[in-house]
Design a protein around this ligand. Structure first.
Ligand SMILES: NC(=O)c1ccc[n+]([C@@H]2O[C@H](COP(=O)([O-])OP(=O)(O)OC[C@H]3O[C@@H](n4cnc5c(N)ncnc54)[C@H](OP(=O)(O)O)[C@@H]3O)[C@@H](O)[C@H]2O)c1
Length: 262
């Protein structure tokens, strides 16, 4: 589908090489955004670049970067700045989880996850939020999880990073009222992507038969971000979970999450 002519807008999408991020890129391309696609797997990013450029009248740029290192976010910012694009949409989507008991996590992997899921996301929100505020327009989409709604045993550190993302984003959304910049938090539930493979979490039991496709999740996320909504939780089951968890004693919600995530 070709986009309509008009002033160029550009979107930066982290974790665009697979899953929700790749579908966020497809959706934003359909809406006419030029794209900056970033992740570590260059081949996947180049394949997506070819696909979206063939289908939509946009240009996609590829930047290969590891955002789990302390230098990754600053290096990405430098490279995006050199492109001189009007970034009016930032999707902080890159992230991974580690399944299992916290004390059994590999310590280096744990550090990488904290850096990627929280520190790099915060640095990118800070930098591009300032650029957008100066322009008087912008949309930031930060990807959290339904795991942010309660402590999740066997994803203890991962779900805590997502609670950080949710709290940070909701607070900054409030701070930015009236600036033309909004921050939307996406809280997906189980989504069929490469996430569980990366987390070394076999897809059995509940997670095997529940879940949504990344296309639907990405579509709802982009729509909510463009409208400037604070939080979007795709799927009725996930919305009900979010609602009932707030009514339960925290210890009970934690125990239930423990049963689901074991
Ligand atoms: N799938 C679910 O059930 C689910 C549920 C709730 C929330 N989420 C969240 O949704 C987001 C997207 O995940 P997904 O489900 O689409 O999983 P996915 O298919 O595994 O995608 C993860 C993306 O993050 C990128 N990434 C991982 N490590 C990176 C690093 N060190 N530096 C830069 N990029 C990195 C990956 O690219 P490379 O490997 O090429 O670097 C990939 O593009 C994540 O934040 C995840 O926590 C997922």
């Amino acid at each position: 589908m070709k986009s309509l002519p008009g002033p160029r807008r550009a979107a930066l999408i982290t974790g665009a090489s697979s899953g929700i991020g790749a579908d966020l890129a497809r959706e934003l391309a359909r809406k006419g955004y030029d794209l900056v696609l970033t992740a570590r797997r260059a081949d996947r990013l180049l394949q997506l670049k070819r696909e979206v450029e063939a289908e939509s009248n946009i240009t996609a740029h590829v930047i290969v970067e590891d955002l789990s290192t302390p230098e990754g976010a600053q290096s990405l910012i430098r490279q995006v700045t050199e492109l001189e694009l009007p970034i009016t949409f930032l999707a902080n989507n890159a992230g991974f989880g580690i399944h299992g008991g916290l004390l059994d996590h590999d310590p280096e992997k744990l550090q990488s996850m904290l850096q990627l899921n929280m520190v790099s996301l915060t640095t990118l929100t800070w930098h591009f939020g300032r650029v957008m505020r100066a322009r008087g327009e912008g949309r930031i989409l930060n990807v959290a999880s339904v795991g942010a709604f309660q402590p999740s045993p066997y994803y203890a550190a991962y779900s805590a990073t997502k609670a950080y993302v949710l709290f940070l984003s909701e607070a900054v959304q409030h701070e930015l009222r009236g600036t033309g910049v909004t921050v939307t938090t996406l809280c997906p539930g189980m989504t069929h992507t490469e996430f569980h493979e990366a987390a070394a979490h076999p897809k059995t039991g509940l997670i095997a038969w529940t879940g949504m496709g990344p296309v639907t999740v990405a579509r709802r996320a982009v729509r909510a971000a463009i409208r400037g909504r604070a939080v979007v939780t795709p799927g009725v089951l996930n919305q009900l979970t979010g609602f009932f968890v707030k009514l339960m004693p925290r210890s009970f919600a934690t125990a239930m999450a423990g049963v689901m995530m074991r």
